[in-house]
Design a protein around this ligand. Structure first.
Ligand SMILES: Cc1ncc(COP(=O)(O)O)c(C=O)c1O
Length: 363
């Protein structure tokens, strides 16, 4: 029996119960093969069929146009910080980066090792409490691409919609912590990447969605595994893929489709986030949200209390009531409730009630 926990971890994090049950049911015998999916060749027809299904379901959910390839890679989103510039940063040019949090900063650092980077805007001076205003962003019309992070997991800062960038520059997004949480228009993007371990499955597989024409500018001398064009040609099967992680990702995609797809999960995600932001906003300053209200994340709700001692008591007392993962990231402190797709409404309601009770006790 699982302990009844409410899981607010930032990732890896809670998976849908129905998915875990299916994994358990199929663990000893996947589709009558007498083997677990983990024990099977990635060159088998059974695994081929699985890859086709996962690709198809991802395409259905995100309404990915025909002229995009999907890749299922290893190395996490962190490897994409390097692969994106290696593949797409022109040797004689530069790339534009918009930075509104720690992950965007890391992406810049890796890109600078590969080539020239132009910082379009950063909200570091505002302690990354918002996304930059459109008027403060100046794009280089010759940039190879513009990179941004749709949801900054540590700061809890999310773009309400994609930034308005010049149409001719490919838009590239690190969507690690909000992919599949709401409908998006994929045709606005040149490339999207995301580790699965927050909204889409277990750690170990990274989704990359890339517009086909961009594959034409990939340099010829890249290491095989780091080359988007080769990965696309070989359908992510140059070497052994993270087969178990891809399998679980597939189950999560199926769960999302059964639920009604991205419009349905998006409504639920808004409902959950509003519950917590309402408690913060009506707390008369007892809880102080980190993000400005127009940049608030629906995935990671970040907030502070008057003192670090009080924050520690909050995390400790919440833990005693079965709520795990509420401490903020070690780099910024404070508190953070990660409420991704699979975090049930009931968990968020429990946390909202706890927050009100905690305020009643300590205010
Ligand atoms: C927005 C964002 N980008 C990148 C990463 C790094 O992901 P990975 O651990 O898969 O390399 C994270 C991890 O938390 C993240 O939240």
């Amino acid at each position: 029996m699982r302990l009844p926990v409410h899981n607010f971890n930032a990732g890896p994090t809670v998976l849908p119960k129905a998915v875990l049950q299916k994994v358990q049911a199929e663990l000893m015998d996947y589709l009558g093969t007498g083997m677990s999916i983990m024990e099977m060749s990635h060159r088998s027809t059974v695994f081929d069929d699985l890859m086709v299904k996962v690709d198809g379901d991802l395409r259905r959910l995100l309404e990915i146009p025909q002229n995009y390839k999907t890749l299922f890679l290893q190395g996490g989103a962190s490897l994409q910080f390097s692969m994106v510039p290696m593949n797409l940063l022109p040797l004689d040019g530069s790339a534009d980066y918009i930075v509104n949090g720690v992950w965007g900063e890391k992406a810049v650092k890796e890109a600078q090792k590969v080539g020239s980077v132009h910082l379009v805007a950063s909200t570091k001076r505002q302690n990354f409490d918002r996304v930059p205003e459109r008027d403060l962003m100046s794009f280089d019309s010759h940039a190879g691409y513009v990179h941004f992070t749709s949801n900054e997991t540590i700061q809890g800062v999310q773009w309400p919609m994609e930034p308005d960038v010049p149409a001719e520059i490919p838009l590239i997004c690190d969507m690690s912590s909000d992919i599949l949480s709401r409908p998006i228009d994929v045709s606005k993007y040149g490339l999207i990447y995301a580790g699965a371990q927050k909204n889409a499955g277990p750690a170990g597989v990274t989704m990359v969605i890339i517009r086909e024409d961009l594959l034409g500018s990939v340099p010829n001398d890249l290491a095989t595994m780091l080359d988007y064009r080769l990965q696309a040609e070989k359908k992510s099967l140059i070497n052994t893929p993270p087969s178990f992680a891809i399998y679980v990702l597939g189950l999560v995609l199926g769960w999302l489709l059964d639920l009604g797809g991205l419009p349905a999960i998006s409504r639920l995600n808004q409902q959950k986030a509003i519950l917590l932001y309402d408690v913060i906003d009506t707390s008369e300053g007892f809880y102080r949200g980190h993000a400005q209200s127009d940049s608030r994340s629906l995935m990671n709700v970040t907030f502070r209390l008057e003192t670090t001692e009080l924050e520690e008591s909050f995390a400790k007392e919440a833990l005693a009531q079965g709520m795990v993962g509420l401490k903020g990231h070690r780099s910024v402190g404070g508190l953070r409730a990660s409420i991704y797709n699979a975090c049930p409404l009931e968990s968020v309601e429990t946390l909202a009630t706890f927050m009100k009770d905690f305020q009643g006790k300590y205010a």
